[in-house]
Design a protein around this ligand. Structure first.
Ligand SMILES: *[C@@H]1O[C@H](CO)[C@@H](O)[C@H](O)[C@H]1NC(C)=O
Ligand SMILES: *[C@@H]1O[C@H](CO)[C@@H](O)[C@H](O)[C@H]1NC(C)=O
Length: 212
């Protein structure tokens, strides 16, 4: 009898403390370091993301992200390529599990929510030239890219540099630590879907910060 009572007390205390922990320990900042990428395009997609991997993991911002890709483009994409991007952030509720909530920046009023990737790429190439590692891999900076196989050499990843000035204010930046999910649905110039890509990754503030 004493044994059963103490077991009940023990179990309820345990359950109580774990549920208070769950209630008061909502965690936005858990970092799952593994980068995972999935192709969410249908069978008719022009873009096939066979594999995409990044280093470092977790991704540090500011910092340089190295990207290895194995992407196939099975037919020419007409006119341009735009992307509709949604960003979600992971929230943990202790033993109750986790959920994702939408943190996509709102679209500017009166503007399309689709980002024209080719205008961004064309403008960047016009001001800075086509990056050496793109040319080194035998790719071109023509946008939209023509049909073909795009596989980076193991010693020549694509580089994306996120600089100090690309990021929001320091105080906001300290809050970026967490796990994120990004989904990009891509369209051609006529608005037809050409592919979809989803990635999950951890994000931490980068090391190269100014002195306070
Ligand atoms: C795809 O576009 C390239 C460059 O414009 C062209 O050379 C090629 O013939 C096109 N291929 C097909 C199948 O349309
Ligand atoms: C980007 O440049 C290519 C030539 O490389 C051109 O055909 C295309 O129309 C341009 N697209 C945009 C959106 O500026």
């Amino acid at each position: 009898m004493w044994f059963r009572l103490s077991l009940v007390v023990f179990l309820s205390v345990t359950v109580f403390s774990r549920s208070t922990e769950a209630i008061f320990n909502i965690n936005l900042n858990s970092v799952r370091s593994a980068f995972t990428a999935t192709d969410c395009g249908g069978r008719n997609a022009a873009l096939r993301f066979n594999s995409v991997s990044v280093t470092p993991q977790p991704i540090a911002m500011p910092g340089t992200i190295r990207i290895a890709v194995n992407v196939e483009i099975v037919r020419n994409i007409s006119q341009t390529m735009s992307a509709e991007i949604t960003v979600s952030r992971r929230v943990d509720f202790g033993f109750l599990g986790h959920t994702w909530f939408d943190v996509t920046p709102p679209c500017p009023p009166g503007q399309q929510c689709r980002t024209d990737m080719c205008s961004i790429i064309n403008n960047t190439v016009q001001s800075q030239g086509c990056p050496a590692e793109v040319i080194g891999n035998g790719f071109t900076c023509t946008c939209p890219p023509t049909m073909g196989s795009y596989v980076t050499r193991s010693d020549l990843p694509l580089l994306v540099e996120i600089r100090e000035r690309d990021l929001p204010h320091q105080i906001i930046r300290d809050l970026i630590r967490g796990t994120y999910k990004i989904r990009a649905s891509m369209y051609d110039g006529s608005g037809s879907s050409v592919g979809c890509f989803e990635a999950r990754f951890g994000l931490v503030p980068g090391p190269n910060r100014p002195n306070p």
